[in-house]
Design a protein around this ligand. Structure first.
Ligand SMILES: [Fe+2]
Ligand SMILES: [Fe+2]
Length: 357
């Protein structure tokens, strides 16, 4: 690309001399007879990359033009200024250098020296342009890479979510608690977590972790899991082992979601009043994630058909949760969570109905 040079001087002869010389050197030249016209041209013609300007001109000085051009277009355009000054104007010339002017020349102009300075300016413009273009290309590249990484992370997260769902499904495979039970459990748990003011990330984690609460049932014999009648003492003891078994499987992983799932698996049968198992923890000794899982698991179990019971509707389930029956007692649950459940109970019903078995 041929470099375009603007020559600003009120003396027409000087302008013509410079233009003729630079055109012979292979530059394209445009002219202005004062700083105001020069600035006007600069604002319209973005191909100009070098300005050679007289310092003292009527109307509007070269210094004013440089100053205004810097603030108006200097930041968006790769421009170099060369100031031409008469004898005794060194002070102004130094002020011009401080403004970012590349160099200054004395009148009468030594054309060979001018050619040398203009070539240097051309090189500087080229370098500036190149570094700006490189920066833009780099930014675009970083943006593209960031998008790719985000996509990859999304894929990994998606795969991870699916793997967890598969694991939960495997756990429920031999269990009468069917697949929809596990996906509903995640949704109810997220709802409670949201009401508790948990961050979106923590809500996401409990949504993934809660469905794994009964993973330990993988090790429970079907004869016990599917027994329609009441379990005897020994069978109850074997059934109860699923909490600890689930914990042992899930705690192998150091991933936050698996740690959360391990805690839920181990503690989801603990009761607020200390009557639960496996450790008989009570109130806040029970991790909150397990207290959440306990309340949502019981709600869904009551809504669902089980070998030992029929499915109950929402009203009956709500009444059992809040007032108890022979088996479920309100004091099994964290009272604060029970209040939240009572507040959002209709959303529990909606979640159930959306994914009814
Ligand atoms: Fe369980
Ligand atoms: Fe369950």
């Amino acid at each position: 690309m041929v470099t375009k040079v603007l020559i600003v001087d009120d003396e027409v002869l000087i302008r013509e001399e410079i233009v003729e010389f630079l055109e012979n050197e292979g530059f394209i030249c445009v002219e202005a007879e004062n700083g105001a016209d020069g600035l006007d041209l600069l604002c319209r013609d973005f191909e100009i990359s070098i300005v050679i300007s007289d310092l003292v001109m009527p109307v509007y000085s070269g210094l004013d033009m440089v100053n205004d051009a810097q603030s108006a277009i200097g930041k968006v355009q790769d421009l170099e200024f060369i100031i031409v000054t008469g004898q005794g104007r060194e002070k102004e010339a130094i002020a011009a250098l401080n403004l970012g002017v590349m160099d200054f020349l004395h009148k009468p102009i030594d054309l060979e020296h001018l050619a040398h300075v203009v070539r240097r300016a051309e090189e500087l413009v080229f370098l500036k342009r190149e570094s700006r273009e490189y920066k833009i290309a780099l930014e675009e590249d970083v943006q593209l890479k960031t998008m790719e990484i985000r996509k990859l992370l999304d894929n990994v997260q998606h795969a991870y979510t699916e793997a967890l769902e598969c694991l939960a499904t495997a756990a429920e495979f031999k269990d009468p608690e069917t697949g929809n039970h596990i996906s509903r459990i995640g949704e109810y748990a997220q709802l409670i977590a949201k009401e508790l003011g948990w961050s979106e990330e923590c809500q996401r984690l409990i949504r993934l972790a809660a469905p794994l609460h009964d993973l330990g049932k993988i090790g429970t014999p079907e004869s016990i899991l599917l027994k329609p009648g009441k379990l005897d003492f020994d069978e109850v003891a074997i059934m109860k082992e699923h909490s600890q078994n689930g914990y042992e499987i899930l705690s192998q992983s150091k991933q936050p979601v698996m740690q959360l799932a391990a805690s839920i698996a181990r503690n989801h049968h603990e009761c607020w009043d200390g009557s639960g198992y496996p450790r008989g923890l009570k109130s806040r000794e029970i991790p909150v994630e397990a207290r959440i899982a306990a309340i949502v698991d019981v709600y869904d179990a009551l809504r669902s058909k089980r070998p030992y019971k029929e499915a109950f509707d929402h009203e009956k389930t709500l009444s059992i949760m809040l007032h108890g029956d022979g088996r479920t007692k309100p004091f099994h649950f964290d009272p604060e969570l029970l209040v939240i459940f009572q507040k959002v109970h209709s959303q529990f019903d909606e979640i159930y109905l959306k994914r009814v078995d």
